[in-house]
Design a binder for this molecule. Structure first.
Ligand SMILES: *[C@@H]1O[C@H](CO)[C@@H](O)[C@H](O)[C@H]1NC(C)=O
Ligand SMILES: *[C@@H]1O[C@H](CO)[C@@H](O)[C@H](O)[C@H]1NC(C)=O
Ligand SMILES: *[C@@H]1O[C@H](CO)[C@@H](O)[C@H](O)[C@H]1NC(C)=O
Ligand SMILES: *[C@@H]1O[C@H](CO)[C@@H](O)[C@H](O)[C@H]1NC(C)=O
Ligand SMILES: *[C@@H]1O[C@H](CO)[C@@H](O)[C@H](O)[C@H]1NC(C)=O
Ligand SMILES: *[C@@H]1O[C@H](CO)[C@@H](O)[C@H](O)[C@H]1NC(C)=O
Ligand SMILES: *[C@@H]1O[C@H](CO)[C@@H](O)[C@H](O)[C@H]1NC(C)=O
Ligand SMILES: *[C@@H]1O[C@H](CO)[C@@H](O)[C@H](O)[C@H]1NC(C)=O
Ligand SMILES: *[C@@H]1O[C@H](CO)[C@@H](O)[C@H](O)[C@H]1NC(C)=O
Length: 819
């Protein structure tokens, strides 16, 4: 029997040995670029080869065939490792240490491997992270090019962590793949959480294995891994995509003299930028007390979640100045008589604090959401009726089977349909001929879209005008825009933009356009002329050539390249490349065979009339493009110049949003003290030849809508062809978009949803009435005394922009060419 001393010695020996063993191998964050030798990513972070952690196995190193422009960096996404049979990565780890695991997937095609055929499971430390997982389906459903799955495993006993990839046996030729793996030792981030819906009950979360579902910086901007606190390399995203309903509230940033003081809270909890920015309801107590600010997150059913709310009072200093109730999934989380009072909890202004709420999400219909509601507490009689929130994290906890995997998300039917769309060819209805005015309703909506885009901007339209341009372009020049985008103000394009764009030589440009022959000019703007051209023998393109005398040319040229090179979406016009040669500059775009939406609505020389469903499709396409700009890209992008001339149509009538010269990226958007002046041209469609009340189409349509007379002013070619329910949904949506107060206007996501719903109403009606005529729109209106007048109105052409004399209504506009 050994003496107590020797036992002590042995224990000491093992403790020291363990520590040395682990330190020598792996206590630093590890980033593996799978299937590659490694390198540095766009953020300057080093990724190393995965080979030395892979147990002997059959695997293939492959290179992606295509680099999606929305990839944040080519490392680790352009290379992958592919497994045809189960394969294990083995990492030496420290016992009693929590780890973060991030898996990076870019479902592209890799030589002979098409990621659409890949279904697999991933098990780490005995926990099932993914099963029957398809990165391709998941990315398609989320309309993303790549995805990052993030997990945090509780401290465990073994000194090795196995991560095993197993191709699914249920699909022939299935394989597993991975582009990047990160393994980061992290402090214990969990304690006890309040169990929502069970009075005063708490649960211990320290032993939980979790998947990180969401991590958002409320009221703030994207925070890159390299700017995270505690070296935890987390990304924090903008919260606006998760705001539900029309209420955006007000986002703001702490004044310079407010310092964030962590006190007992460890700094790794969240970076200063999370606590320095927040969202509140706004200054109007009467409005605030009537509603909840709501954030909505899609999650998998049948799991328990921890919702972590980060708070820091950065405006007020005293207890009972701002007191509010918190609900999670319609259940009381923190409500009267125990409402939230941040100063009371944290003790001071600038002191961060967080609260964890555990919530069980069952599998009742429609029940796959985490909904966080906050509203001011009235019984506490606080000085201000308002709420505040700085950050949200949502963690999914593993279930009793040590499982964290959910099903693959289902891409919506509409999305699948939209993807098939390009193959559909449009047959113009040649029976409908006539001298035509435009589709009032469509233009109304486009005007409405404009206004949705201006949603977060407080000022009325300014006085800036510019000439209209034909193509993807900001033909108009606008020095303020260029100046306000100082984030990328360097005179060189970022490496990323350079890498993603094709460089053309000046000779290629001259050849493509037959030496810039005037007969190839298809548009003219302040920036210069736009030419039709052909590159690579057969590819039709539109080439925008800079006007060497344009002062702002360089900046706007760069804005457009920087913006467009990183964006790729079916409903955004795509930039093929650029040419920079001495003083000359050109941008090269996909050629849009059917020109602008405006031409199809107003040009009476085109003898075809867009049918209603197609107009709706175009609206949905444009809305989808804008929704992507607002929420899908790394930064929120506000277009600021949406109008029918900036919605282009390709040969399959797919709508593409163009002209990013005036757009603005998110990081500035939410800080509250940036320029909020609306840019671009006037949104409303105006015709001064009409009676005063009809001059502005948007106002006139609203007037008619309120009196139930909307049917009277729709395009005569559409009369009787629109299902009344569909029209109502469409008009109600447009009306909401035209609300005077930003808070009442829907988000682009809501607009999109409503338009798709309207389309379904139309399709259902068409389907059920095939062969019978749908005349309801006219029913009961025929012979009404107003009818004739209104139809007459819509037959008046709003054709040439120069016909519109806007100065009569908006005398501050000096240039009558501007709309
Ligand atoms: C990959 O497979 C999907 C579905 O089978 C198919 O639609 C796609 O075209 C394929 N991609 C390539 C590059 O072969
Ligand atoms: C890790 O995997 C290897 C090879 O399959 C196995 O021998 C080992 O026991 C595993 N270790 C743990 C802790 O699961
Ligand atoms: C294959 O399908 C069967 C039943 O259809 C299922 O039980 C099993 O889990 C599936 N295997 C994988 C790896 O998905
Ligand atoms: C990190 O923050 C600094 C200061 O706010 C900023 O300039 C930099 O661009 C950020 N880095 C990344 C990768 O976003
Ligand atoms: C910060 O400055 C504002 C005015 O600029 C002042 O009202 C406020 O009291 C100051 N706060 C602190 C903590 O000094
Ligand atoms: C949730 O659990 C129930 C009961 O076990 C099951 O019927 C249902 O299919 C599960 N839902 C999901 C999305 O896994
Ligand atoms: C909360 O209640 C509203 C209104 O009854 C309902 O629409 C919503 O689906 C509920 N949310 C959840 C997560 O149960
Ligand atoms: C806020 O939401 C909660 C939970 O759904 C609800 O009980 C409460 O009545 C709402 N408050 C207001 C002002 O709408
Ligand atoms: C695997 O995923 C596919 C696609 O989501 C689904 O159709 C199939 O039913 C799943 N199989 C199992 C066994 O869950």
């Amino acid at each position: 029997m050994p003496s107590t001393n020797s036992v002590c010695f042995l224990i000491c020996f093992f403790v020291i040995f363990n520590a040395l063993h682990v330190l020598s191998i792996n206590l630093k964050p590890l980033a593996l670029d799978c299937g590659s030798n490694g390198g540095k990513d766009e953020d300057g972070r080093t990724w190393e080869s995965d080979s030395k952690f892979l147990l002997p196995t059959d695997s293939t190193q492959v290179q992606a065939g295509y680099q999606d422009p929305s990839l944040s960096s080519s490392i680790p996404y352009m290379k992958a490792r592919i497994f045809k049979s189960p394969a294990t990565y083995q990492f030496p780890v420290k016992t009693q240490q929590r780890y973060s695991i991030r898996l990076h997937f870019y479902p592209s095609s890799y030589s002979n491997f098409n990621a659409s055929n890949s279904f697999f499971s991933v098990v780490a430390g005995g926990i099932t992270l993914l099963s029957n997982f398809s990165a391709a389906i998941t990315c398609q459903a989320l309309t993303q090019a790549y995805l990052i799955k993030e997990y945090s495993l509780a401290a465990m006993d073994p000194e090795v962590l196995n991560i095993t990839f197993t191709p699914s046996t249920n699909f022939s030729n299935s394989f597993a793949f991975v582009n990047g793996i990160e393994l980061i030792p992290i402090p214990e981030i969990f304690g006890t959480a309040n169990l929502v819906g069970f009075n005063d009950q708490t649960m211990d979360a320290t032993t939980q294995n979790v998947q990180i579902m969401y991590r958002v910086n409320v009221g703030g901007q994207y925070i890159a891994p390299s700017n995270d606190s505690g070296g935890l390399q987390r990304s924090w995203y903008d919260d606006s995509p998760y705001l539900f309903g029309a209420a955006m509230g007000v986002s703001f940033k702490a004044a310079d003299n407010v310092t964030i003081t962590y006190g007992e809270l460890p700094e790794y909890t969240a970076p200063v930028d999370v606590y320095k920015t927040a969202r509140t309801m706004g200054p109007t107590a009467d409005v605030n007390k009537q509603f909840n600010m709501t954030w909505l997150f899609q999650v998998d059913a049948n799991f328990t979640y921890i919702v972590r709310l980060h708070f820091c009072e950065i405006l007020f200093t005293k207890v009972n100045q701002r007191v509010f109730n918190i609900y999670v999934n319609n259940q009381s989380a923190q409500v009267d008589p125990n409402p939230a009072d941040i100063i009371a909890w944290a003790g001071a202004q600038g002191a961060p604090i967080y609260k964890d709420y555990a919530i069980i999400v069952n599998d009742k219909p429609g029940d796959d959401m985490i909904q966080v509601d906050m509203s001011p507490s009235k019984p506490s009689k606080p000085e201000y009726l308002d709420i505040i929130l700085n950050g949200i994290e949502v963690f999914k906890m593993s279930d009793a089977n040590k499982n964290l995997a959910g099903p693959n998300p289902q891409p919506s039917d509409l999305l699948l349909k939209a993807e098939r769309e390009p193959k559909r060819t449009f047959k113009p209805n040649l029976h409908i001929i006539g001298s035509a005015a435009g589709g009032a309703a469509v233009f109304g909506l486009v005007a409405a879209l404009c206004i949705v885009v201006y949603k977060r901007q407080k000022h009325l339209p300014g006085t800036e005008t510019h000439t209209s341009s034909w193509l993807p372009i900001y033909g108009k020049s606008n020095s303020h825009t260029a100046a306000s985008r100082s984030t990328s103000q360097s005179s060189h394009l970022s490496n990323l933009a350079q890498g993603l764009c094709r460089h053309f030589s000046w000779a290629e440009m001259k050849q493509a356009t037959k030496n810039f022959d005037e007969s190839n000019v298809i548009g003219v703007g302040g920036f210069g002329k736009v030419y039709k051209g052909v590159i690579d023998g057969t590819t039709k393109v539109a080439i925008k050539r800079s006007n060497p005398s344009s002062e702002q040319g360089v900046n706007e040229f760069q804005t457009e390249i920087e913006m467009l090179s990183k964006l790729r979406h079916k409903h955004l016009v795509s930039l093929i490349g650029f040419c920079e040669d001495g003083g000359e500059m050109c941008l090269v775009y996909d050629y849009m065979a059917r020109g602008t939406l405006r031409e199809h609505i107003y040009n009476s020389k085109l003898k075809t009339h867009l049918p209603w469903k197609q107009r709706l499709d175009i609206c949905i396409g444009a809305a989808r493009g804008l929704h992507y700009l607002h929420t899908g890209a790394k930064y929120t992008i506000i277009h600021r110049d949406v109008k029918t001339t900036n919605i282009l149509l390709d040969e399959n009538w797919v709508a593409k949003v163009s002209d990013f010269g005036l757009s603005k990226t998110g990081p500035d958007m939410n800080t509250g003290h940036v320029s909020t002046v609306v840019k671009g041209s006037f949104g409303p469609a105006l015709n001064t030849n009409l009676p005063k009340e009809q001059v502005s189409l948007a106002d006139w349509a609203l007037f008619c809508q309120k009196r139930g007379l909307l049917e009277d002013i729709i395009d005569p070619h559409l009369k009787g062809k629109i299902n009344p329910e569909c029209l109502k949904k469409f008009a109600d949506t447009a009306e909401k978009c035209l609300s005077d107060h930003g808070i009442e206007r829907p988000s682009m996501g809501d607009v999109l949803w409503n338009l798709e719903f309207a389309l379904q109403l139309q399709e259902t009606a068409d389907g059920s009435k095939r062969g019978t005529s749908t005349n309801e729109v006219n029913d009961g209106l025929e012979g009404s005394s107003n009818n004739r007048n209104h139809s007459q109105r819509s037959e008046v052409e709003i054709n040439e922009e120069s016909d519109l004399s806007t100065t009569e209504i908006f005398p501050q506009i000096s240039n009558p060419k501007g709309r």
